[in-house]
Design a protein around this ligand. Structure first.
Ligand SMILES: C[S@@+](CC[C@H](N)C(=O)[O-])C[C@H]1O[C@@H](n2cnc3c(N)ncnc32)[C@H](O)[C@@H]1O
Length: 263
């Protein structure tokens, strides 16, 4: 396990500084759930980064970063525990949040964290990132994350989707209406089909894609991660066929399809 008991003690102090935990009981339950999510996410980030030389400065991009809890933890972990050089770019279209995060990063001495207030699609850097990731980026922001990763030729792309409104709206005429007439199943169905379509698009773009539960559903019901790693492109044709079949069966086309077709 990445976070040992002793490390967890250190982290508690760190979480107080990032306001992810407080000394009073208030909304600590939600914050505890978030802490468990970001620790589990960091475990996956680390499983991808530990193969790189410690001498290398690694580049990460967090899309729809919000309060940047995940990226603050990641930066802290590499700076003080694993002692690896990382540069993290955090992107969010909420300018106020990005300004607050910048102030906090300065206070913490996190010099290689950068905060950009813009749409994910408008962000660009001139080097290849090791990981582009998002955690609960809203609806099409997940598609934008995946596209940004492909556009930058990222070695790895991770996304955990949040609401899937735009795909739920498309799910109208299909052979499983006896299931999706029940709203709770319609949501689950949209998640399954939406993320499968995105995974197939990633495979069609030359990535090896996988869908996993990155943390227990005790901490969030949105616990499904799409993990894509640049790989050899011999499965592209099959993925394209599977994508077309699934997309036609349910009449759903994630906006990612359009972004990738421009690439
Ligand atoms: C649900 S919050 C998640 C924040 C954070 N990743 C977390 O897990 O705590 C989603 C964030 O995505 C940002 N966002 C949504 N669409 C975006 C877009 N197209 N470009 C940049 N940021 C976006 C929102 O401003 C919001 O801060």
């Amino acid at each position: 396990m990445l976070i040992t008991y002793e490390n967890r003690e250190k982290l508690n102090t760190f979480f107080l500084k990032t306001k992810l935990s407080t000394n009073n009981n208030g909304d600590n339950k939600n914050k505890e759930a978030k802490i468990n999510q970001i620790i589990a996410y960091l475990e996956i980030i680390h499983s991808l980064l530990r193969k790189y030389s410690l001498k290398r400065n690694l580049t990460l991009i967090d899309c729809g970063a919000g309060n940047c809890y995940l990226s603050f933890l990641t930066y802290y972990f590499y700076q003080t525990i694993d002692q690896r050089k990382v540069t993290i770019y955090c992107i969010d279209n909420n300018q106020r949040l990005m300004n607050n995060n910048r102030v906090l990063a300065n206070q913490l001495g996190f010099q290689n964290m950068f905060f950009q207030s813009c749409d994910i699609l408008d962000f660009s850097i001139a080097r290849q990132p090791q990981i582009v990731y998002s955690l609960h980026a809203c609806d099409q922001a997940t598609d934008k994350t995946l596209y940004l990763g492909v556009k930058h030729n990222a070695a790895n792309i991770l996304s955990v989707s949040c609401c899937q409104h735009s795909m739920k709206k498309q799910l109208k005429k299909h052979p499983c209406s006896g299931i999706t007439k029940y709203n709770v199943f319609k949501d689950k169905f949209t998640y399954m089909i939406g993320d499968s379509l995105r995974a197939l698009l990633m495979e069609s773009a030359g990535y090896q894609a996988n869908i996993i539960e990155f943390v227990s559903s005790r901490y969030t019901d949105k616990n499904v991660m799409l993990r894509a790693t640049k790989s050899n492109p011999n499965k592209i044709l099959k993925a394209k066929e599977e994508y077309q079949q699934l997309s036609q069966l349910f009449n759903i086309r994630p906006i990612l399809e359009g972004y990738l077709s421009k690439n």
